[in-house]
Write a protein that binds this ligand. Structure first.
Ligand code: ATP
Length: 420
């Protein structure tokens, strides 16, 4: 069976992955065999998410009705029901439903009614608390197929410490990264000298190590000294796989979806208030704006070095009229032509502008010239992929160290599901 859970936390406490780790312990104590635990990230542009829009699926063998009962009891015991935005959902299916609902939830928006239709067809046991919105994530989690998969080992705090400062030795995180990168990633940001895998929110997570296999996340974890943890759990996950991306065309974008788009830089990058950098990009059917926000740190230096005419693939979410960049590929670069006033052919002094469209004049000997001095500057960029640093990476974004994005999305085979 697959047990799906979502929407149990609030900004002030809890984490659905922690609840899942406790449920797994409890299922084991009741004699269940646990095969795998999945941490499934869904559309990052859902505004009603608590943090990273995660849902959980647990693959287990044993009595289905009791598993549903246990899952509901753990949700009732731990979910933050008092929080306005917490609407838990619990789902148990004996057969994995078609993957289409998962792809819709990862790349687009779903309704509770659509989730209930999938669950009814799958003869699922399910319960939605309050508005029942958590059924969307819980259903998507049990429908998920992961053609590309990564792992996360999550380490949890004892409840008496929730909300207090975390004690994780920073140097040991850097040692872990030095030993295991690129088999693990995003534990730290060496460029910013900051830690990435230790949250700052008052939830039960102490830290999480992301990597390519259970072996590598366990090895990464083994270097880290910290306060005494409560428990640990390894999840298979779609994090770091670009599962949220679809190819798109400029001029035909839908709010809240995440795209790969090809275009040509049409207006030069400008740094605005707060250090956010924006530029225009044109495609067949229009021109749009791309943004590299301040938290993307040194990635903005790459963006600032773009010139009109550079051909790009941009990757990111389409939100309120702009693409929020996660990464980009420079396909070709134009020559950087700099026009400046020429030297006077008579006296050798630098000429000055004679006014708009009037060419240049020498203030020394009054000689006139129409032609500017043209120089080719060295471009500071090369063609290829560039990404935001670890400190600004979205959970679903595939780090380039795992490979460049695929330019065609994973096919959705309606009515069939592929086991991860
Ligand atoms: P948690 O740790 O509790 O899962 P979170 O940051 O993952 O926290 P949730 O609290 O689960 O966010 O809130 C996300 C809500 O949005 C859930 O109710 C989920 O069912 C719903 N949801 C997820 N993806 C979609 C989607 N594509 N369309 C509509 N609703 C969605």
């Amino acid at each position: 069976m697959l047990i799906g859970i979502d929407d149990t936390d609030s900004p002030r406490t809890m984490c659905t992955t922690y609840l899942a780790a406790r449920l797994i312990q409890s299922l084991r104590e009741h004699g269940y065999r646990i095969h795998r635990a999945f941490l499934v990230r869904l559309n990052p542009n859902v505004t009603w998410k608590t943090r990273g829009n995660a849902a959980i699926a647990i693959e287990a063998d044993g009595d289905v009705a009791l598993a549903f009962d246990l899952a509901c009891r753990w949700v009732e015991a731990l979910a933050d029901f008092g929080a306005e935005e917490t609407h838990p959902g619990v789902v148990v299916v004996q057969e994995k439903p078609p993957a289409a609902f998962y792809y819709q939830a990862a790349r687009d928006f779903c309704s509770i009614d659509e989730a209930v239709t999938v669950l009814t067809k799958a003869c699922a046991l399910f319960k939605g608390y309050k508005s029942g919105r958590g059924l969307i994530g819980a259903t998507a989690a049990v429908c998920a197929e992961l053609p590309d998969v990564t792992f996360e080992l999550l380490v949890y705090r004892t409840p008496d410490r929730w909300g207090t400062a975390r004690h994780v030795e920073k140097t040991t995180l850097f040692t872990s990264e030095a030993d295991t990168y690129p088999h693990t990633w995003d534990s730290v940001d060496t460029g910013e000298d900051s830690t990435v895998c230790v949250p700052h929110t008052p939830d039960p997570v102490l830290f999480g190590i992301r990597g390519e296999s259970p072996f590598w996340v366990a090895r990464g974890r083994s270097f880290i000294f910290s306060e005494e943890p409560a428990c640990e759990q390894v999840f298979l996950t779609n994090q770091g796989t670009d599962a949220h991306l679809v190819p798109g065309t400029i001029g035909h974008l839908e709010e809240g979806r995440s795209y790969l788009l090809e275009g040509v830089v049409s207006s030069p990058p400008k740094t605005g208030k707060g250090g956010h950098v924006g530029f225009g990009i044109s495609g067949r059917d229009g021109t749009i704006h791309c943004m590299a926000y301040e938290p993307t740190k040194r990635f903005r230096d790459v963006v600032r070095a773009l010139l009109p005419g550079d051909r790009l693939i941009v990757v990111g979410s389409w939100k309120q009229g702009s693409i929020n960049l996660e990464k980009m590929c420079i396909l070709s670069l134009v020559e950087w032509v700099v026009k400046s006033p020429p030297l006077c052919g008579i006296c050798g002094k630098r000429m000055t502008s004679a006014g708009t469209d009037k060419g240049y004049k020498c203030r020394n000997c009054r000689t006139k010239s129409k032609e500017p001095q043209v120089t080719l500057q060295l471009r500071l960029l090369r063609t290829g992929w560039y990404e935001v640093p670890p400190c600004a990476r979205r959970h679903l974004a595939k780090p380039l160290v795992r490979g460049a994005p695929s330019l065609s999305p994973t096919p959705v085979i309606i009515g069939m599901s592929i086991q991860p």
